[in-house]
Design a protein around this ligand. Structure first.
Ligand code: ZN
Length: 423
């Protein structure tokens, strides 16, 4: 945390002006007072003064806004995830998840171990409010009091964090999944504390498949195993959700086999793009255009980037290597994505390999003939494309693992798709 963030947290806890707190904090820290002590002393200074020293008002979750400095909330704990973070150069264990009441849900971070468990009904007194990603979140810290109630609060939300893979999104925490390990490999990375072994691979369940990383390798995560993992969190990796298993995750073998789906999720293009990214999705539409940078292209031998006239953005003049690639726009009426075909899939649609393409270009004395032939073959036709979808400020790209001409009757397919998406 930076000085600014400390000041913000303190100001929000105490309900006083941030600039004032920041100035005091900066002074103390300049006199080499450790941050924790400096904050304690400011808590004493402002402790009774903040907003008249009254307990913050009780609020329904739906009423909490980022402009509240602190609130008192009675809520049911939906999920509890444990995570280790770097805090002032030290590792600190924090607890995070979601709370709910009848009116809504809110994310929280607990900086101390209050012993929270999913299903608990609590009253969090003097919880700090901060804004994260445009939404209010609760900070439960040393000035927060937690009272438990034996009378469970009824909430219209699932308690406990059990979830299917297809419902997961980056930011989810304290989640439990039951999966089959479809792929797993050991890797050595340069971590916080030097070289670390991790596991990475792919999990599957009945709903979809997702990539994972296990930062603290669990022996139960082996190829083919059906397992339950409690307390995972979800991050974005290459534009799609990815499961993170940590030292706090509990992995237990299941005595049933989780049947991982062979199929990708199918949905209209607009829905897929709106989801922000999907690891394994199948989209169907018409190819309406083959984009520039398709066909016979040149790559930098160092970084693999596509180069123009032998000039790499990072490596200057390079001895570029030839490659095949296709970038084509797929449109299903609801939206468009750019489908990216690798060398093999491009060879399929071109009808020849790299050697054929180079010869073709040499004979014509024009590289563009390769992209032109690809366009002749695929533009205007309908394709079923499976792959990994990433969405960023440059657009939506579907990295294809398969690209098949659709032989369905479009009307029939529309009916099937509607039947699948309607509950
Ligand atoms: Zn390069």
């Amino acid at each position: 945390m930076t000085l600014d963030e400390h000041a913000e947290e303190l100001a929000s806890d105490l309900g006083v002006d941030k600039e004032e707190v920041k100035e005091d904090l900066a002074n103390l820290v300049n006199y080499s007072v450790p941050m924790d002590e400096a904050k304690q002393s400011l808590r004493r200074k402002y402790g009774d003064g903040g907003e008249g020293g009254t307990t913050p008002s009780s609020k329904d979750i739906a009423e909490i806004s980022a402009s509240d400095s602190n609130v008192t909330v009675t809520a049911r704990v939906l999920t509890v995830g444990q995570r280790s973070i770097q805090y002032q150069g030290d590792e600190q264990v924090i607890f995070e998840g979601e709370l709910a009441d009848e009116t809504g849900t809110i994310s929280y971070t607990a900086w101390e171990d209050f012993g929270l468990a999913a299903g608990d009904t609590i009253t969090a007194g003097n919880a700090g409010v901060r804004e994260w990603d445009g939404r209010p979140e609760l900070n439960l810290g040393e000035s927060t009091s937690i009272e438990r109630s034996d009378d469970p609060l009824d909430v219209p939300y699932e308690i406990g964090g059990d979830a299917e893979l297809a419902t997961l999104a980056p930011g989810d925490r304290g989640i439990n999944v039951e999966v089959q390990v479809l792929e797993v490999e050991e890797k050595t990375i340069d971590g916080r504390n030097g070289e670390t072994d991790i596991l990475s691979g792919v999990f599957g369940d009945e709903s979809t498949r997702l990539p994972f990383t296990d930062w603290d390798p669990h022996a139960e995560i082996e190829a083919g195993a059906s397992i339950r993992i409690e307390d995972v969190f979800v991050r974005e990796f290459r534009g799609a959700p990815s499961i993170n298993v940590s030292e706090f995750s509990a992995v237990t073998p299941l005595d049933r086999t989780v049947s991982a789906t062979e199929n990708a999720q199918r949905m209209p293009i607009r829905e897929a793009v709106d989801s922000g990214g999907l690891f394994d999705v199948e989209l169907t539409g018409n190819i309406i255009e083959v984009r520039d940078g398709s066909g016979l292209i040149e790559r930098c031998p160092e970084c693999g980037r596509v180069v123009q006239n032998g000039q790499c953005r990072s490596h200057g003049t390079v001895d570029a290597v030839d490659d095949l690639r296709t970038k084509a726009i797929l449109d299903d009426g609801s939206g468009t994505v750019t489908v990216v075909l690798d060398d093999e899939l491009t060879a399929d649609v071109y009808g020849g390999d790299l050697a054929d393409a180079t010869e073709h270009a040499r004979d014509a004395m024009d590289k563009e003939v390769v992209a032109e032939r690809i366009a002749d073959r695929i533009v205007g036709l309908e394709y079923v494309v499976r792959g990994s979808l990433s969405v960023d400020e440059y657009g939506a790209n579907l990295d294809a693992t398969s690209f098949e001409a659709s032989d369905d009757d479009p009307a029939e397919r529309a009916r099937t798709l509607l039947a699948e998406v309607e509950p």
